[in-house]
Design a protein around this ligand. Sequence first.
Ligand code: NAD
Length: 189
Amino acid sequence: MKGLEGKVAIISGGATLIGESCASVLAGYGVNVVIADINEPAGERAAQEIGAKASFVRADITSDADIAALVAKTVECHGQLDFLVNVACTYLDNGADTTRSDWLKAFDVNIVGSVMLMQAARQHLKKSKGAIINFSSVSARVAQIGRWVYPASKAAILQLTRSQALDLAPDGIRVNTVSPGWTWSNITR
Ligand SMILES: NC(=O)c1ccc[n+]([C@@H]2O[C@H](COP(=O)([O-])OP(=O)(O)OC[C@H]3O[C@@H](n4cnc5c(N)ncnc54)[C@H](O)[C@@H]3O)[C@@H](O)[C@H]2O)c1
C-alpha cells in the first residue's frame, strides 16, 4: 500500500487484540499511530511492542475532555491527523433485561463516543482529506439469542457511517465501515 508513510492515525480501542493489529499494520506502512484506550497497561504494552511509530494516550471516549486532549496531543506531537479508526466497544448487554442505564452506557461507548471524536477531529481531517473507519460487526445483521444492545449499536454504526459519509464528503473526508465476523480477540479467548 503506497502513500501512507508519515500519515497519522488515532485508533480508539487500540489496546485490544484487534485494535493492536490495526495499529501494527498501519505502523508497518509508516503511519504514526496513536493508541487511545482506557486500558493503560495494555495500551502502553501495545505501543511499546509496535515500536517507534506507536504511542499510547489514555483516553475514555465517553469523556469530552479526554477526547479534546487526545486530538490536541496527537496534532501537537505529529502536526496533523489523517485517520480515525473507531475500534473501541463494550459488550455490555443483558438482552431483554438490560437496564436503561446499561443501554445508555453501551451506546455512549459504541456510537456516541466515536461521533464526539469525529467532531473534535473534523477540522484536522478536513485539512488532510482524511478518512474514518468505523468498526461494525456481523452482529449488525443477524439476531443472536440473549443479545440486544451490542447488535443494535453495531447496526446503528452502519447507518451512522452512511450519514457521516454523505455529510463529510464536502470536506473530502471518506467514511467506511468494517464488519468483521468472529475474530480471535479477548472476548473469544
Ligand atoms: N471479536 C470479534 O469476534 C468481533 C466481531 C465483529 C466485530 N468486532 C468489533 O471489533 C472491535 C474490537 O473488538 P474486540 O472483541 O477486540 O473488543 P474488546 O472488548 O477486546 O476491545 C475493545 C477495546 O475498547 C476499549 N474500550 C472500551 N471502552 C472504552 C472507552 N470508553 N474509551 C476507550 N476505549 C475503550 C477496551 O479497553 C478494549 O481495549 C469492536 O468494535 C467489535 O465490535 C469484534
